[in-house]
Design a binder for this molecule. Structure first.
Ligand code: SAM
Length: 344
């Protein structure tokens, strides 16, 4: 028992250092290192420092750390300083205009999730979100009180949702045969990124994106170059206002934000808008039935406000009480899993 296993030590070291790796990634992303090395590959540390307006010493440390994390490659040159370029990973996910860019989500992690996590001890002690300590304001409804209070924070949040939806949207949209549905409503559909993936995957489907007015008024900033008139936007509050009519409702990354009482209010409204045979597609991280994994979902819960993470069975029980039966569950291997439910 007293024998020190290298493997165990490595696992613990990775966990202890995980936050340093995250912050190095966030900082390089925030300082636009990956964009710079995309437009001008093979710069040395002094050149990068000049472009990002940072110290040479600090930039050198950051670039070397990024090489060790597999985000950059360094090209050694005899008697000269090494030059840096993006790895494939950085090209695909870290430059801001890549089709699957996670830049928007990384900025949200750096500016919102990181400050919340720095108050994790208080969050655990008090069992509440730490928006007041982290941002100086009380947040009852995280969307209306925190994210949409300033234009800058709102756009950052929308960018974050947009980037994840673009990466995971196709996997969710193609998880089930939806050919029998003609009209869908994506409740809390944010920028429409998910809706566009649904219309791309299903030529006979039109999607109405329903979201708060503050979001819908900015949606034009996120339209793809090729606009699709099968995607439209309606502004409203899904707890209070009438929902658009549709034969398929989509709730992607919505239910985990809310406690059971609020979920019941929303599901009641959807059930009332549905006729028998209508579909409801839930997309979330589904926890394993013993709630032991995936860590991604369990770690996310640590900075969540009122909501909670649930297993596929927990979701299907909530849905059952409103007359929906869970027809299929898909684990997608992407950011989000999916469940298709039918109204009986
Ligand atoms: N469905 C999108 C996706 O998967 O990328 C966005 C998910 S985001 C976590 C939650 C969305 O719900 C936000 O766009 C937010 O504006 C919207 N939302 C929150 N409260 C709402 C309400 N009361 N009525 C309508 N939309 C709401």
């Amino acid at each position: 028992d007293s024998e020190l296993k290298n493997q165990d030590l490595q696992k613990i070291t990775e966990l202890m250092d995980g936050f340093k790796a995250s912050k190095a990634l966030f900082t390089a992303s925030e300082l636009c290192v990956f964009d710079l090395l995309h437009s001008r590959p093979r710069l040395d540390a002094a050149q990068v420092a000049q472009e990002i307006k940072a110290s040479v010493k600090g930039t050198e440390c950051l670039l070397e750390a990024c090489v060790s994390l597999g985000l950059l490659k360094s090209k050694e040159r005899p008697c000269q300083k090494p030059m840096y370029e993006n790895t494939d990973l950085a090209v695909r996910f870290l430059r801001s205009d890549a089709p699957f860019s996670l830049h928007g989500y990384i900025q949200h992690c750096n500016n919102t999730i990181w400050p919340l996590f720095s108050h994790l001890e208080s969050a655990v002690r008090e069992g509440t979100n730490q928006h007041e300590k982290a941002f100086g304001k009380i947040s009852k409804d995280v969307f209306q009180d925190t994210y949409y209070n300033s234009q800058e924070v709102k756009l950052r949040f929308m960018n974050a949702m947009h980037s994840i939806a673009k990466v995971t949207g196709k996997a969710v949209a193609t998880a089930f045969d939806l050919s029998r549905y003609k009209t869908a409503c994506d409740l809390g559909g944010c920028t429409g990124a998910m809706a566009y993936e649904f219309t791309k995957a299903h030529p006979g489907l039109s999607v109405t994106v329903f979201d708060l007015p503050a979001v819908v008024e900015m949606s034009e900033h996120f339209h793809p170059l090729q606009k699709d008139n099968r995607v439209s936007f309606v502004a409203g509050d899904f707890f209070k206002d009438e929902l658009p009519k549709a034969d398929l409702y989509i709730l992607a990354r919505i239910l985990h934000d809310w406690p059971d009482e609020k979920v019941h209010i929303l599901l009641r409204k959807i059930a009332d808008a549905c006729t028998p045979g209508c579909g409801l597609l839930i997309s979330e991280i589904f926890l394993d039935e013993d709630r032991g994994a995936p860590s991604r979902g369990l770690l996310q819960a640590l900075s969540m406000s009122e909501g909670k993470q649930r297993s596929a069975t927990e979701y299907s029980l909530l849905l059952k009480s409103h007359g929906f039966i869970a027809a299929h569950v898909r684990h997608t291997d992407n950011f989000l899993d999916a469940m298709l439910c039918i109204k009986v």
